[in-house]
Design a protein around this ligand. Structure first.
Ligand SMILES: NC(=O)c1ccc[n+]([C@@H]2O[C@H](COP(=O)([O-])OP(=O)(O)OC[C@H]3O[C@@H](n4cnc5c(N)ncnc54)[C@H](O)[C@@H]3O)[C@@H](O)[C@H]2O)c1
Length: 352
């Protein structure tokens, strides 16, 4: 199979889990790929994904091989695999709005000169730029989307900055003849998916949900960034996505809330659901989900990167709706879970 050549923008926890996951699964056959939703997708195995370039701003990452940079502080995802040297060195990109009020005390800006990002993308033969910047880095995310356009790369926006779902940005990629997918990656077993599934199950069984909330605490740098810059946008994205799971209006609040350093890369999510069932009798669910944040993105990232490769091969351009709906919380149009699943399954099988 041809390689899926990916450039990482932001070598944080998510990038670390992705790179470690590539190593972990590369040695495993299709049937040994436990923990993945799809071991093969469109004929691609995870080992077909190759990181060919990487960008960050932190002095503990810039100038180092990706295999070392992924373990540098402040990353705190656990060790999942031994990663051999990749011969891909992390380049310095522009800071722009990369740091927030809290994270500026945690990220150490590298004194290295800035690389010519478009040139690095071209020279590395990158096909897809994967945006893993902090959620508050809206300007930097837009800047890297422009670099992807200049360099002829597809763009995957895992962050909650609105790009694929912004018609003006989708149009830019359409005009350039390149695919874009986003925004805000869905986790493999994330709070949003679990919340939506629970609500669907209840409403399908005739329960009338009256109120529900879902609150998170995490210890990654991203949770810290959420404190001052992106709490509102994240809450709006998650709430809208969860509301779409119910066929009627209810009081819904879903969103990240706090940073607890000793949790490291763990994320604890609390769910509260109240409703009524037979004869208006009340019922409630009070639940906690504990996950490791960055590995929770790995399986979906593998699928999205392979699907974008398929979109590139089919010369698709602009926002690729089946991939956006399947892999992201804020696609250009919100669709119900089953509809998103169907769209994606159809997209994948069209290839075969
Ligand atoms: N399960 C998940 O981890 C998950 C799920 C959905 C969405 N996301 C999104 O993925 C993104 C990455 O999450 P993370 O946990 O890896 O975050 P992180 O804070 O661990 O990593 C961000 C990285 O970006 C770097 N950076 C900051 N500004 C930069 C700039 N201008 N140029 C280049 N690099 C810069 C930081 O130094 C850091 O290495 C976030 O936007 C998050 O919302 C993650």
């Amino acid at each position: 199979m041809p390689k899926i050549k990916v450039a990482l923008v932001g070598v944080g926890n998510c990038a670390s889990a992705l790179v470690q996951g590539l190593q972990y699964y590369s040695a495993r056959s299709k049937d040994e790929c436990v923990g993945l939703r799809n071991s093969l997708l469109g004929g691609f195995h995870p080992k077909d994904i190759e990181v060919v370039a990487a960008f960050d701003i932190d002095g503990r990452k810039v100038g180092r091989d990706v295999s070392e940079a992924i373990f540098a502080e402040p990353n705190n995802v656990s060790k999942l695999a031994d990663v051999p040297p990749s011969n891909v060195v992390v380049h310095k990109g522009p800071v722009l709005d990369g740091l927030g009020e809290y994270t500026k005390h945690v990220v150490q800006i590298s004194p290295h000169p800035e690389a010519n990002v478009a040139m690095v993308l071209k020279e590395s033969n990158a096909e897809t730029v994967l945006n893993l910047l902090p959620s508050g880095a809206v300007k930097a995310s837009q800047w890297y989307a422009d670099q992807a356009l200049i360099s002829g790369c597809a763009f995957v926006n895992a962050t909650p900055s609105f790009l694929a779902s912004d018609p003006a940005w989708a149009q830019k990629f359409e005009v350039a003849g390149l695919p874009i997918v986003g925004d805000d990656l869905i986790d493999q077993v994330g709070s949003t998916t679990l919340h939506k599934t629970l609500l669907q199950l209840l409403s399908m069984n005739g329960v009338h949900v009256t109120e529900t909330y879902q609150l998170d605490v995490g210890g990654g740098t991203e949770s810290m960034d959420t404190l001052d810059r992106t709490r509102d946008v994240k809450r709006a994205v998650k709430t809208k996505s969860v509301e779409a799971a119910l066929p009627y209006a209810a009081a819904v609040v879903a969103g990240s809330t706090d940073y607890v350093d000793f949790l490291k890369n763990r994320r604890d999510s609390y769910f509260w659901i109240r409703g009524v069932h037979f004869c208006n009798v009340p019922m409630q669910i009070d639940l906690k989900l504990s996950t490791s944040d960055a590995p929770n993105a790995g399986s979906v990232l593998f699928d999205v990167l392979r699907a974008v490769k398929m979109a590139l091969e089919r010369e698709m351009k602009g926002a690729v709706m089946p991939v956006c709906a399947y892999g992201f919380k804020h696609p250009p149009q919100l669709v119900a879970l089953e509809a998103a699943e169907k769209m994606f399954a159809q997209f994948v099988t069209e290839e075969e």
